[in-house]
Write a protein that binds this ligand. Structure first.
Ligand code: PXP
Length: 238
């Protein structure tokens, strides 16, 4: 059975546009779970452009909301994780100037830092996932670095599908990485840029256990409502 993680960063984007409390991010997290999502994902960025520290505190303290906190490997983030104890952490690369997380981690370049960081998360018994490009060498390295899961970046295939281009190569790369990861004992997640069509195509890969979807859910909810959109994704992926 595949799980759905709903990324609510852009509910915070909308709230921050007015600097007030509406739409309430904690309410969104509670509703996502009520409507059948398995977890909620929030990305605390260094520049706090959407999710704020108080959101992390208020969401993680509610133990009925399984929370996947996306962070970069900084000491500040490690302290926040240790203090707030989210159920899951996904380590992502972060560049200040990017609009969104453009690609997976550069594992090779950051091996030492990641190994030490993951060890500290493992000591806290927090399930740790690495956001990587669908490359076999990165899957293997993720295992060596001590992660329990890999989240495969689905940005490339999502763009190809949206632009009605051929996507077989990207699909096969994700499939091969999923198989390799599973064989090595890593749990496989997928995320970035997905809509209904991409989710439907990728849900054919049985090794993928979790989808993390955000922007499309929040955008589509404007027209059809949060409940309907979440339920539709659940129907597609399960
Ligand atoms: N997974 C990870 C690791 C992410 O960083 C993001 C957001 O960039 C997502 C999933 C969700 O992507 P999207 O908002 O495009 O659905």
């Amino acid at each position: 059975m595949k799980r759905l993680g709903v990324n609510i960063d852009h509910i915070a984007t909308l709230r921050n546009a007015r600097g007030e409390k509406h739409p309430n991010v904690v309410d969104a997290a509670k509703l996502a779970i009520k409507y059948g999502a398995d977890s909620v994902t929030i990305h605390l960025r260094e520049d706090r452009r959407h999710i704020l520290d108080k959101d992390v505190i208020n969401i993680t303290k509610n133990k009925n909301i399984p929370t996947n906190l996306e962070i970069a490997t900084t000491n500040e983030m490690l302290k926040i994780v240790i203090k707030n104890k989210p159920e899951f952490v996904c380590i992502v690369p972060e560049k200040r100037t990017e609009i969104t997380t453009e690609g997976g981690l550069n594992l090779n370049k950051n091996k030492k830092k990641l190994y030490t960081f993951i060890k500290k998360l493992n000591n806290q018994k927090i399930r740790t996932s690495l956001f990587i490009n669908p490359k076999i060498s990165d899957v293997k390295l993720s295992k060596l670095l001590g992660a329990q899961c890999v989240e495969l970046h689905t940005g490339k295939i999502s763009n190809k599908i949206k632009n009605k281009q051929k996507y077989l190569k990207e699909f096969n790369d994700i499939k091969k990485c999923s198989l390799t990861a599973k064989k090595m004992g890593l749990e496989v997640h997928a995320g970035h840029g997905m809509d209904y069509k991409t989710a439907k195509i990728l849900s054919k890969i049985k090794e993928i256990k979790e989808f993390n979807i955000g922007h499309f859910i929040v955008g589509e909810s404007i027209f059809f409502g949060f409940k309907k959109v979440i339920k539709k994704f659940i129907k597609i992926i399960k």
